[in-house]
Design a protein around this ligand. Structure first.
Ligand SMILES: Cc1cc2nc3c(=O)[nH]c(=O)nc-3n(C[C@H](O)[C@H](O)[C@H](O)COP(=O)(O)OP(=O)(O)OC[C@H]3O[C@@H](n4cnc5c(N)ncnc54)[C@H](O)[C@@H]3O)c2cc1C
Length: 436
């Protein structure tokens, strides 16, 4: 069911604004022994760490194995925006998932913002959490119709979503670029790397054993258990949870092919003057828009603005930088491209049905991934669901259906396809603004 993956290099954090400002943390050592546990978790991002937190809280023994350091993947590099909403309207999601799992998925999204902020508050996680709402601006006239459809559908399912327009929106966003937006009150933002480190700290206090620089090389059956091997150690456990999202490798055959890793890039400004900082998103909202090649922005809790989009390279080179410059000029023309001072990117998991996926391809093997750029809230929900399954909840009683590992159509061509799609979508976004 599995085979060894190629040799891995292991890394500390990528240079990002989050790695410069996160709470202090001493990364754990690599695994160098043979352990037995109830559960092995592969990947220490939002998904894996939430699962570790829930399981260790229930005194279930957990070993977390991370190739690099906790939060190294998308979770420590993300925009940190808590956006409790799927990409489609509820009617479409119910059509896709049916009358049982459709409403459960909607409920999971609707509650995901409060779930995350409650987790932070209950455990006093030091991660600059701000729950002051999320604005999603229409980039053109025809996108207003899309926002209306989302507003009416999701408010029926209890999402605290409303419209903000004209001068009020200009004031709340600090931008005249959007005239109509939806506002989701339970949205907000966190310092994502601090959140990972804090969740790792609490999970370790509860008994979870976390190992950094320990890429899993293989997972093989051993009697009724699983044998998980790293370069210098091994774990035997009844359950193995794959929480590797955009960084999924070939350790579990077929998992990598279920998603397309998309790259998101962002940059942070120089320290803003007090006036600049006050005038942009003055009430602490986060901001994103309806573009296919999205623009997103938020402030930190000090003196900076972070601005992001989709990209082609994790290093955020060339065309990615100029996309951010163009975007900043459009959305916040009071700032200049040279005000952006540090750039980085990371991989997120995109699924064919644009919804998160839960898999149980063999007894004791689980995988949760594919948050389609809305993982700050939903990866944490998935971690909780994985822990519920391990703790005895039947698969059919979970909020997310377990599905088989189906390859993303034309997966082998995804690099070329993504490049083409970004170019093409960028053009369509520009045409929208002109003609629609
Ligand atoms: C730049 C950027 C901006 C984003 N902005 C937002 C946003 O504002 N709001 C939002 O909701 N979402 C956003 N996202 C998406 C969100 O960050 C992700 O959905 C989420 O972090 C996924 O969490 P995860 O724990 O599943 O995966 P990750 O955080 O990617 O963690 C996976 C981990 O698995 C480890 N791993 C992989 N293979 C192995 C192995 N063989 N052995 C051991 N470890 C392994 C990797 O090292 C990695 O640390 C953004 C993503 C990026 C890249």
């Amino acid at each position: 069911m599995s085979h060894s993956s190629a040799a891995h290099n292991t890394f500390s954090q990528v240079p990002s604004y989050w790695s410069q400002t996160a709470v202090d943390y001493t990364a754990p050592e690599a695994l160098t022994e043979s352990l037995k546990a109830d559960v092995t978790i592969i990947g220490a991002g939002f998904t894996g760490l939430r699962a570790a937190y829930e399981l260790s809280k229930r005194n279930i023994s957990v070993v977390v194995l991370e190739s690099n350091e906790p939060g190294w993947g998308a979770s420590g590099r993300t925009g940190g925006q808590v956006n409790p909403l799927a990409h489609a309207a509820p009617s479409k999601i119910i059509e896709q998932l049916g009358e049982v799992y459709g409403p459960r998925m909607l409920e999971s999204y609707v509650n995901s913002g409060n779930e995350l902020f409650n987790l932070i508050a209950d455990n006093q996680l030091d991660c600059d959490a701000v729950q002051n709402g999320w604005l999603r601006g229409a980039h053109c006239q025809s996108a207003i119709k899309q926002l209306q459809e989302m507003h009416s559908g999701w408010s029926e399912y209890g999402l605290d979503i409303s419209f903000v327009e004209g001068k009020e929106l200009h004031q709340l966003s600090g931008s005249t670029h959007y005239d109509v937006a939806t506002q989701v009150a339970s949205g907000g933002c966190i310092q994502p790397l601090s959140f990972c480190r804090e969740l790792a700290r609490v999970s370790a206090q509860q008994g979870a054993q976390i190992f950094a620089h320990s890429p899993v090389q293989s997972v093989k059956p051993e009697g009724s258990d699983w044998h998980v091997k790293t370069a210098n150690g091994q774990v035997t456990s009844q359950w193995v949870l794959f929480c590797t999202n955009g960084y999924t490798d070939n350790t579990l055959q077929g998992l990598k092919q279920t998603i397309v890793p998309l790259i998101s890039v962002q940059a942070v400004t120089r320290p803003l003057s007090a006036d600049e900082y006050r005038s942009i998103l003055p009430s602490g909202h986060t901001l994103s828009d309806t573009r296919r090649v999205i623009y997103y922005a938020r402030k930190d809790n000090r003196d900076r603005l972070l601005f992001g989009s989709l990209g082609m390279s994790e290093a955020c080179n060339g065309a990615d930088k100029s996309r951010l410059h163009q975007g900043l000029k459009k959305v916040f023309p009071q700032l200049k491209p040279e005000d952006l001072s540090l750039y980085w990117g990371g991989k997120l998991g995109f699924t064919a049905d644009v919804l998160p996926h839960l898999h149980e391809p063999a007894p004791g093997i689980l995988a949760g991934l594919g948050y389609n750029g809305r993982g700050v809230a939903m990866a944490s929900v998935m971690g909780r669901i994985l822990a519920q399954r391990v703790s005895g909840t039947k698969a059919e009683d979970l909020a997310i259906a377990t599905t088989r590992l189906s390859p993303f159509p034309f997966h082998a061509l995804h690099k070329v396809g993504t490049y083409g799609a970004i170019k093409c979508y960028e053009m369509r976004d520009a045409l929208d603004v002109k003609f629609f």
